[in-house]
Design a protein around this ligand. Structure first.
Ligand code: ADP
Ligand code: TRP
Length: 324
C-alpha cells in the first residue's frame, strides 16, 4: 500500500500542520510504502521571494524529520526534484473541466484574501492530482481542507481511466483524522498562517510562552466562578498534548471554578513544551549536521524519479505520446 502526502513550504510549521498532516504521516510510515514530499511548486503560487522559498523548503525537511519522519521507512523528497510531475499535470489538464476547478474552495478563498488570480493558482488542484497519481498512491493523509482536492484527483483519475483504459490510475483515498481534523488557532478560528493565529511547533521558549499567555482568547469569567468548557480554546489545545486523565482534570477544574485562565494557560504551555521536547532535541542534531538532510533528500529524489518514470511511460503510451 502506497501512502503519500505533500506539505507546502510556505511558512513556519504550526501545530495545525503537525496534527493535521505531519503526525498522521509519521504514524502511517510503518503501515506501508510511504512517499512524502515538500510541495515547492505549489508554494510558488503564493510565495514572493526565491530566497524564502529555498529556505522554507530546507527548513521543512529538517522539521519533518525532527517530528519523526524516518528516512529509512519513508521516501522524503522535494516536489521540484521530480519535474516529470508537470508533464502528468498537463496530461490531466486535458480531461479537467474548468467548472471543476471553478468550484474549488481553496482557489476562491485565496482570491478572496487578495491573491491575484493566476493560472497556477487556478490549476493548483491539477498539479496536486498529478502528485498523487504519479506515485500510484492508495492513501493520502491530509487535513479536512484538502478533501475537495482529493475529490478532484479521484474525478480526474476516473476520467483518464474512462478515456484511456480502466486500471490506468488507482483512485486514492483521503485519510482525514476526524478528531484533530481542525486544530483551532489562538483566536478560536481554524489555525492557519494566513490568519496569524498559529502556535509554531518550534520556536523560542519565552516567545511561545508569551504567545499562549497573551494571544489565546478567553472570556471574562471571574477566577472563582466555573468556566465554560464548550468552545474553550485552552481545552481544545490541551487535549492534543495531555493524557486523557490530565485533560479530564482540567475539565473538572473548569467546572468547579476557583482556578484562573492564567493557570490553565501555564499548564497548557508546559504540556505543549514537553510534548515537543524529543522533536526539539532531534532538530538541534539535524541542524548541526546539514549534510545528512541533503543526503536524505537526494536519495528520496532518486527513488521518486524512478517511480515517476515508470508511471509516465505507462501514461504516455496510453494517451498516444511518443512512438513506443
Ligand atoms: P495553513 O492553513 O497554515 O496555510 P497549509 O494550508 O499549508 O496550512 O496546510 C498544510 C497541511 O496542514 C494540510 O494538510 C492542512 O490540511 C493541514 N492543516 C493546516 N491547518 C490545519 C488545522 N488548523 N487543523 C488541521 N490541519 C491543518
Ligand atoms: N495542497 C496541499 C496543502 O496545501 C499540499 C499538497 C500538494 C499535497 N500536493 C499534495 C497534499 C499531494 C497531499 C497530496 O496542504
Amino acid at each position: 500500500m502506497r501512502i503519500l502526502t505533500g506539505l507546502q513550504p510556505s511558512g513556519q510549521l504550526h501545530i495545525g500542520n503537525y496534527f493535521g498532516a505531519v503526525e498522521p504521516a509519521v504514524r502511517l510510515q510503518r503501515e506501508g510504502d510511504a512517499f512524502y514530499f515538500i510541495a515547492d511548486y505549489h508554494a510558488m503560487t503564493t510565495m514572493e521571494s526565491p530566497e524564502r522559498l529555498r529556505e522554507n523548503t530546507r527548513r521543512l525537511a529538517v522539521d519533518f524529520i525532527a517530528c519523526g519522519l524516518d528516512p529509512e521507512k519513508a521516501v522524503l523528497f522535494v516536489q521540484s526534484a521530480v519535474p516529470e510531475v508537470n508533464e502528468l499535470a498537463w496530461i490531466l489538464g486535458t480531461v479537467c473541466p474548468m467548472g471543476l476547478l471553478e468550484r474549488c474552495h481553496s482557489y476562491k478563498d485565496k482570491i478572496a484574501k487578495g491573491f491575484s488570480a493566476e493560472h497556477a493558482l487556478f490549476a493548483y488542484p491539477v498539479l496536486m492530482a498529478a502528485d498523487i497519481l504519479l506515485y500510484d498512491a492508495d492513501m493520502v493523509p491530509v487535513g479536512k481542507d484538502q478533501k475537495q482536492h482529493l475529490e478532484v484527483t479521484r474525478i480526474l483519475a476516473g476520467k483518464m481511466n474512462g478515456r484511456f483504459g480502466e486500471g490506468l490510475f488507482k483512485l486514492p483515498e483521503p485519510i482525514i483524522a476526524e478528531q484533530t481534523a481542525i486544530v483551532p488557532g489562538l483566536d478560536g478560528q481554524k489555525m492557519s498562517k494566513s490568519y496569524g493565529n498559529t502556535l509554531p511547533v518550534f520556536g523560542e521558549e519565552k516567545q511561545l510562552q508569551k504567545l499562549i499567555n497573551r494571544n489565546i482568547v478567553t472570556d471574562c469569567t471571574p477566577l472563582e466562578a466555573p468556566k465554560p468548557v464548550e468552545g474553550s480554546v485552552i481545552l481544545q489545545l490541551y487535549r492534543l498534548f495531555a493524557s486523557s486523565v490530565d485533560y479530564e482534570k482540567m475539565v473538572d477544574a473548569y467546572e468547579r471554578g476557583g482556578v484562573g485562565y492564567g493557570t490553565f494557560k501555564k499548564t497548557l504551555f508546559e504540556a505543549y513544551w514537553e510534548y515537543f521536547r524529543p522533536a526539539r532535541a532531534r532538530r538541534s542534531e539535524l541542524l548541526a549536521e546539514p549534510g545528512y538532510v541533503d543526503a536524505v533528500l537526494e536519495k528520496g529524489a532518486r527513488k521518486a524519479r524512478e517511480e515517476a518514470a515508470g508511471t509516465l511511460a505507462r501514461v504516455r503510451r496510453a494517451v498516444g505520446l511518443g512512438w513506443s
